[in-house]
Design a protein around this ligand. Structure first.
Ligand SMILES: Cc1cc2nc3c(=O)[nH]c(=O)nc-3n(C[C@H](O)[C@H](O)[C@H](O)COP(=O)(O)O)c2cc1C
Length: 191
């Protein structure tokens, strides 16, 4: 287990009523099914970071403690999948804040993107994110999964329709292959 590539799936949408949790879980589960990875889902709801430079919202959880917990999680990872919604042709503010709140922990690690939205499937958000992660010295990989008209994938009770993501399955597998290839190379190079 110790030698396995540590892949972390970061869920970047935290709003009430979000749909993205189902999609992040889908890619998380696919990665886990491979059997060769140590995979964990990091839901930004569980890391309520203060906005950069601000005081934490609760005195019981000081800003430095929250940021340190986030830094530890990112630091231990060998690669990431950022799972993101598209809001007004961009990506969620909480996600930018999570990226900005730490720095060196991201360096020299690969990142792939799974996105969702309307007609563009979140592709516009991902194109912006690619520029941002380069500044953090990450390696954004080419293959991505963009899921359009995400609301059509849900049943009336809010659950993901069976088979809804079948069309993206092959793309997701290719994404994982490419991400793991880079993760292995960069892990060796970081030592
Ligand atoms: C503030 C806001 C802005 C949005 N802007 C876009 C947009 O620019 N392009 C798009 O494709 N979808 C847009 N949408 C629709 C989202 O893609 C859709 O609500 C999706 O479910 C959001 O992901 P989430 O449910 O995980 O938050 C927007 C939704 C919100 C809440």
């Amino acid at each position: 287990m110790g030698d396995r590539i540590k892949l972390r799936v970061i869920l970047g949408s935290t709003r009430q009523g979000r749909l993205g949790d189902k999609l992040a879980k889908w890619i998380h589960d696919l990665a886990k099914e491979r059997g060769d990875l140590d995979v964990e889902l990091l839901d930004l709801r569980d890391y309520p970071l203060p906005f950069l430079g601000e005081e934490a919202r609760s005195a019981s959880e000081p800003a430095d403690k929250l940021i340190a917990a986030w830094a530890t999680k990112v630091s231990e990872a060998d690669g990431f999948i950022i799972a993101t919604a598209e809001y007004n042709h961009g990506y969620p503010a909480v996600l930018k804040n999570a990226l900005d709140s730490i720095k060196n922990e991201w360096s020299n690690k690969p990142v792939a993107f799974v996105s969702w939205g309307g007609v563009s499937g979140g592709a516009r958000a991902v194109e912006q994110l690619r520029q941002v992660v380069v500044e953090l010295q990450m390696v954004p990989i080419r293959n991505a999964v963009h899921i359009p008209f995400v609301w059509n994938l849900m049943d009336d009770d809010g659950s993901l329709k069976p088979e809804a993501l079948n069309v993206h399955q092959e793309g997701a597998k290719n994404l994982l292959d490419q991400l793991v290839w880079w993760a292995k190379i960069l892990k060796t190079a970081r030592v």
